[in-house]
Design a protein around this ligand. Structure first.
Ligand code: HEC
Ligand code: HEC
Length: 522
């Protein structure tokens, strides 16, 4: 800036113009904090300061930019019911660091609750909370703890967002990436838009009309050429959540006490030009690890195919259509997950955002490998300038030298590893806890009597006695459980909303059968 310009700026008339802007900045900062346009704190403050007691009264106070970015779910699998006309709204704003959801009809479950998700940038974890507004006069607002039992039973113990993977989002308007809305969706959105402007809640949504525009879901060539491609909301939310989820995965890896010796092999797993990860393990382990890795990948592929099928069944716009071949750009991160499970002893069953947990589809609008690598590389190459420069060179030539370097370094840093410790960790990441199948806690969480019928899954003695009794459609409680665990139960199968492996299924069956025998011996 030239001296004259500075003098110009100090003139009273200019200051008079700038000053209000500074105050506006301060004011915005005080509402929103530094974190982004919204946070859970700023939301709570809004509610308290304006004595807000309903969702419709709150919405106009939210920043317009925040209210401009949302997905509309007409067939939600969550605690908030939804329909074509009264969809569940998932507002995610500009960065999805803070998300807020609600639905639109007093007849629907979850009508008085606002569900929120916040990404804690420092701890790199997701926080799920619920604000229940008074349904009747005399009730008070209640705010749940972060990640309460009620939320983690679906979002997981180390909670993750649930958002189907690219390019198919069953039940959310614009189900199929780059496809126009199906006839059913078009009718639905038409109904929704008819009521939207007068609706006590939906009227605060900005730009709802984009949902009726074909170019929102299928960008025209002209739009693409001009580069003003606004992604479909489902796609955009996928991209944002994948970035945050990548951060969560990176921090889980880095926090593992075993990360450091595995750092080079982990980087190799993230570069598609490098050999199979087992080649980065010490020589004495390579052969056995290669065979384990092959089983590991086969099982994961199977799970992913099941997930793909289940997902297709959920998609209304695909009903009656021939199944297409599985997307070739499905990304499963097999190598990375193998090292995480066997080497670091982490469970990766809830790493993806897919609805069906224990599946491994990481497909996203962006490359998850690149996303994870971009965060790990600077950390690992601190104090290793060769790594840094070899990584940079990859961009202009091949990865050959980079991979070769990783291999040498990895063999060296893992030389002290024993075969036993490698496999022991895998066992500990999937082991049954205290003789009970890990999945039992899922049954417990839904069967206390509010979500599903009360069954004493948490009280082995009582459960043992009742397993042989009952007048269920399939006979005794045990017979009903066995049926509900089997694939033939279809949509009625348990645990609801989860896709379990046959090993997990037999673990559960065995547990219930043993318990029944114990009950009879008494
Ligand atoms: C029965 C399973 C289930 C439970 C329990 C559950 N959710 Fe979800 N949640 C979902 C599903 C499924 C989605 C994906 C969108 C949809 O289907 O509506 C989701 C999505 C969300 C989203 C949008 C961001 C994302 O993850 O895609 C928020 C916010 C959210 N849930 C908050 C909560 C909170 C807070 C709780 C606890 C009070 C909770 N959820 C409990 C199933 C559940
Ligand atoms: C996300 C919630 C959820 C989870 C997890 C869950 N259930 Fe259920 N379950 C339900 C609901 C809701 C019903 C009632 C609707 C129905 O009959 O399908 C039900 C019904 C049942 C029934 C039939 C009971 C009756 O009175 O007819 C059995 C048996 C059962 N579940 C067993 C299990 C077992 C075993 C597990 C764990 C492996 C499990 N459930 C996990 C929600 C759940």
């Amino acid at each position: 800036m030239k001296r004259q310009e500075i003098i110009q700026m100090l003139r009273p008339a200019v200051i008079a113009k700038i000053l209000p802007l500074c105050f506006a900045g301060l004011w915005l900062f005080s509402i929103n904090g530094w974190a982004g346009e919204m946070s859970f704190n700023s939301l709570q403050r809004l509610i308290a300061e304006n004595k807000i007691s309903s969702i419709e009264a709150l919405l106009p106070f939210l920043p317009t930019s925040f209210r401009s970015k949302y997905a509309l779910v007409f067939r939600s699998r969550s605690l908030q019911e939804s329909s074509y006309q009264n969809p569940r709204v998932i507002i995610y704003g500009n960065d999805a660091n803070f998300i807020l959801t609600f639905n639109g009809s007093a007849e629907q479950n979850g009508f008085n609750t606002l569900e929120t998700m916040e990404f804690d940038e420092k701890k790199r974890e997701f926080l799920f909370r619920e604000i229940a507004f008074p349904g009747k006069a005399g009730e008070k607002i209640s705010v749940s703890n972060a990640n309460s039992e009620r939320c983690i039973r679906c979002h997981g113990a180390n909670p993750r967002p649930i958002w189907d993977t690219h390019p198919l989002w069953p039940g959310s308007y614009g189900e199929r990436y780059l496809d126009p809305l199906s006839t059913r969706e078009q009718q639905g959105i038409h109904q929704f838009l008819l009521n939207q402007a007068k609706h006590p809640r939906y009227s605060y949504l900005e730009y709802p009309e984009i949902f009726a525009k074909p170019s929102t879901f299928v960008p025209s060539t002209k739009n693409r050429y001009e580069g003003n491609l606004r992604q479909s909301p489902n796609e955009e939310l996928s991209r944002l959540l994948s970035t945050l989820n990548g951060k969560r995965i990176v921090s889980e890896l880095r926090d593992s006490p075993n990360f450091w010796p595995y750092r080079y092999s982990i980087l190799a797993a993230l570069d598609r030009e490098c050999d199979s990860v087992t080649q980065y393990l010490p020589a004495f382990l390579k052969q056995r690890a290669a065979s384990e890795f092959s089983d590991f990948s086969t099982l994961a592929e199977k799970k992913n195919q099941e997930q793909e099928q289940l997902k297709r069944v959920r998609a209304v716009s695909l009903q009656g259509q021939e199944p297409v071949k599985r997307d070739s750009d499905l990304l499963s991160l097999h190598g990375l997950r193998f090292l995480a499970e066997y080497g670091l002893g982490l469970s990766t069953a809830e790493w993806t955002t897919a609805l069906e947990s224990d599946t491994y589809d990481f497909s996203a609008p962006q490359s998850m490998e690149a996303e994870i690598e971009a965060q790990l590389l600077p950390f690992v190459s601190k104090g290793d300038p060769s790594l840094e420069s070899l990584a940079a060179v990859r961009k202009v030539s091949s990865s050959e030298k980079y991979c070769a370097y990783l291999r040498r370094q990895s063999e060296q840093s893992l030389h002290a590893l024993s075969a036993d410790s490698f496999h022991a960790l895998k066992r500990s990441s999937t082991a049954n806890v205290g003789g009970k199948p890990v999945l039992l806690k899922r049954c417990i969480s839904c069967h206390q009597g509010d979500e599903g019928p009360a069954i004493a899954f948490d009280q082995p003695v009582e459960l043992a006695a009742s397993l042989a009794r009952g007048t269920y459609p399939r006979g005794t409680l045990l017979a009903e459980i066995e049926y509900r665990l089997s694939p033939k139960a279809g949509a009625d199968s348990m645990p609801r909303g989860l896709n379990i492996s046959s090993a997990e299924r037999s673990d559960l069956e065995e547990y219930f059968r043993t318990l029944k025998k114990l009950g009879e011996e008494k």
